[in-house]
Design a protein around this ligand. Structure first.
Ligand code: GRF
Length: 203
């Protein structure tokens, strides 16, 4: 399967996907990285790994629809089968989201449906929970909504602040995202309505 990654910034999850796809047994290849931010650090990282990059500034387009249409055209040019959002900080238009429904996934740094949106690590600490984590989910037009494919859990430890907890979550994000892409690329998970249906994975 041909995977395109959409980023806005650092791109550490993108790099984890590129690294995983470097294994000849991985069922997907990273065919391109697209950013809405021409200054995204991840673009430099991707280029240094020999991956095709493209950036589309929101300010160069008259509307959100036109911006998403330009990205969609690039995905078509790349012949992408799967789109991975990895720190892509923009909501998708309903047209774009429905065109890619079931083929577009996101990683979010919380145990969804808890803590959608920003500042998840502080909110998890403030909640008093003893665990936190990350989720990979199918993308719908709603923010951090859509059926969950896979999750990883980490402890919240005494003395944690947002940075220490974020770092602990990030290490498991880098394992979870390749795992979820593997599941999708091999047909072990698919989206059906508002559910993620697993097959070939038993209790
Ligand atoms: C990650 O924590 C991801 O879960 C969230 O944004 C962050 C992106 O980090 N959606 P990176 O750009 O992958 O390093």
């Amino acid at each position: 399967k041909r995977v395109a990654v959409l980023i806005s910034g650092r791109g550490s999850n993108m790099l984890a996907l590129i690294d995983a796809a470097g294994d000849p047994n991985f069922p997907a290849e990273i065919v391109g990285v697209i950013s809405d931010n021409p200054d995204a650090m991840g673009l430099t990282t991707a280029a240094s790994q020999g991956i095709s990059t493209a950036s589309f500034s929101r300010s160069s387009y008259a509307s959100k629809e036109a911006h998403d249409a330009a990205i969609d055209a690039e995905l078509t040019r790349l012949k992408a089968d799967i789109v991975c959002l990895a720190g892509y900080m923009r909501l998708l238009t309903p047209d774009f989201a429905s065109k890619w429904a079931g083929k577009i996934i996101n990683i979010h740094p919380s145990l969804l449906p808890l803590f959608k949106g920003l500042d998840t690590h502080n909110r998890a600490i403030e909640s008093g929970m003893r665990v936190h984590g990350c989720s990979v989910h199918f993308v719908t037009p709603e923010l951090d909504d859509g059926p969950v494919i896979a999750q990883a859990v980490v402890p919240i430890l005494p003395g944690d602040d947002s940075d220490t907890l974020a770092a602990r979550v990030l290490t498991v994000e880098h394992k979870l995202y390749p795992l979820a892409v593997r599941m999708l690329a091999t047909g072990k998970v698919r989206m059906q309505g508002d559910k993620a249906i697993l097959s070939g994975v038993t209790a």
